[in-house]
Design a protein around this ligand. Structure first.
Ligand SMILES: NC(=O)c1ccc[n+]([C@@H]2O[C@H](COP(=O)([O-])OP(=O)(O)OC[C@H]3O[C@@H](n4cnc5c(N)ncnc54)[C@H](O)[C@@H]3O)[C@@H](O)[C@H]2O)c1
Length: 458
């Protein structure tokens, strides 16, 4: 039974996987090109920020070590997970530059290794990348044959930043793209010792697994956009309330309630780019993927559309506070964040913008310099704001009291993108509370809806 594994790439996903595998009794060797990451792990510290990771590393440090040497790791382990970056290129495809470099180093190490070793690519890649882009590198530098001397799988994880450890240890299923039966069996035996929940495996060809990974994320983005369309519709229907509609249709087993809460656009390091990549592959192969392209453009234009909706609440040059700059709560990641795009759009529209985020202060400040201020505290963010936008349903914002919003002002407008603020804020006389996704002007909505039935008279 495999007990020694390597993790190649100790970033946002790899560092948590290393700690999780060690917590389940594996001896883990982490490899990174960054001396800082290697030193951190060897000192029992976390190289990246992730919920619960500090404790997990510190509680299992006797089974984790890190090195700069791929040789060291491959020679001392029977299975390696490769989790290096695969950044998007200008066409929306994923670059294999880092993965190719890692596979070259692994190939050179395999050349020196006696006995079978299984290489598992976990990074997100496009269909065809593993077999046609990377396997030739492994065979070239090892001088060995896949299937005979070593095994190969493509097996991505379905985790979300902020809950990586929980998601990794309790997966809905394992997706295993296998070069052959032996490679898949090696990985399945490791997985069966990791999951806390007896998750089933879906084993298939490498190419089907590559497609399944980006399809899953792309499908979720469609669902999010659909929920955002519903929210927009509900604002225009008398008494409209997107949560009631989503709760109802989410009861249907064909749909399900998750990711169906109309709010704001999707963002982060995976969703937008996986959707774009699936469209890229489809176009290249001649499939009709316009729906994916439209979804991406719908999501990318969500900030300007919201700014249009906000205009009735803003004066020229108003000070606007944006609470929530990371792409979701409990994250410091601002990549493709709808809140960040909103700040930039408002600033370009001539408004004075000041943002706050519980975790992403430094990242947001660097990215927004010249466009918007980023406050260190909520009171300093809200102090001068006539209009306050709550763009993520963060518990820190849910806990705010009416006085926090009002401060020394006579009145304030609060726009709640996720309808997450408490009753006390919703009904305070000095707060004009605007929940997105609900109708707040029944009279106009009635006249428009009524007009639908009297089109001939107009
Ligand atoms: N972050 C996520 O939420 C997430 C979720 C699912 C899938 N993924 C995929 O996982 C992959 C990694 O993502 P991440 O967010 O962990 O990236 P990251 O940038 O946080 O970490 C990557 C790490 O790999 C290291 N590295 C690069 N080349 C290396 C090499 N040759 N040898 C050893 N180490 C090397 C880097 O120094 C870095 O520490 C990507 O393909 C990503 O799409 C990420």
């Amino acid at each position: 039974m495999i007990k020694n594994v390597s993790i190649i790439g100790l970033g946002k996903l790899g560092a948590s996987m290393a700690a999780c595998l060690a917590s389940r009794g594996f001896n883990v060797i982490g490899v990174d090109l960054s001396q800082k990451a290697v030193d951190a792990l060897n000192a029992g510290r976390t190289p990246v920020q992730e919920t619960g990771l500090t404790e997990l590393i510190s509680n299992n440090k006797e089974r984790i070590r890190a090195t700069l040497s791929h040789d060291d790791a491959i020679l001392q382990s029977d299975l390696s997970f490769v989790i290096v970056p695969t950044p998007s290129d200008a066409h929306g495809a994923f670059s294999l530059q880092y993965a190719a470099y890692a596979f070259e180093a692994i190939g050179k190490a395999l050349a020196k290794r006696a006995g079978y070793h299984t290489v598992v690519l976990t990074s997100t890649v496009l269909p065809g990348s593993t077999r046609y882009g990377l396997l030739p590198i492994l065979e070239k530098y090892s001088g060995k044959k896949c299937g005979k001397d070593f095994g190969l799988c493509y097996s991505p994880e379905f985790i979300a930043l902020g809950t990586v450890i929980r998601d990794y240890l309790n997966p809905d299923f394992y997706l295993i793209g296998e070069f052959d039966e032996r490679s898949g069996a090696a990985l399945e035996s490791v997985n069966s010792q990791v999951a806390l929940n007896h998750a089933p495996s879906k084993r298939m060809s490498i190419e089907n697994a590559e497609l399944a990974k980006i399809s899953l994320n792309s499908y979720v983005t469609l669902k999010i956009s659909f929920a955002n369309i519903l929210a927009d519709l509900c604002e225009r229907i008398p008494g409209g309330d997107v949560d009631l509609v989503s709760d109802a249709i989410g009861m249907d087993q064909r749909i399900g309630r998750r990711y169906l809460t109309g709010g704001f656009g999707y963002g982060g390091p995976c969703f937008p780019r996986d959707n774009v990549a699936l469209n890229f592959v489809g176009k290249h192969l001649g499939a009709s993927t316009q729906l994916l392209e439209m979804n991406d453009s719908y999501n990318r234009t969500i900030s300007p559309r919201f700014v249009e909706k906000l205009k009735p609440y803003l004066r020229d040059g108003s000070t606007v506070a944006v609470l929530g700059l990371a792409y979701k709560p409990l994250s410091h990641v601002i990549e493709e964040s709808a809140g960040m795009y909103l700040c930039l759009t408002l600033s370009a529209g001539g408004f004075r913008v000041i943002g706050f985020d519980p975790l992403a202060t430094e990242e947001a400040r660097a990215a927004l310099r010249m466009h918007a201020l980023v406050a260190d505290t909520i009171p300093s963010c809200l102090q001068d704001a006539e209009c306050i936008l709550v763009t993520t349903p963060d518990d820190v914002f849910r806990a705010l009291k009416p006085e926090d919003f009002i401060g020394n002002k006579e009145s304030v407008t609060v726009i709640d993108f996720w309808r997450c603020l408490p009753e006390s804020v919703r009904h305070h006389p000095a707060i004009r509370y605007v929940p997105m996704g609900r109708c707040i002007d029944d009279a106009t909505a009635i006249s428009k809806l009524d007009g639908l039935w009297h089109r001939d008279q107009h």
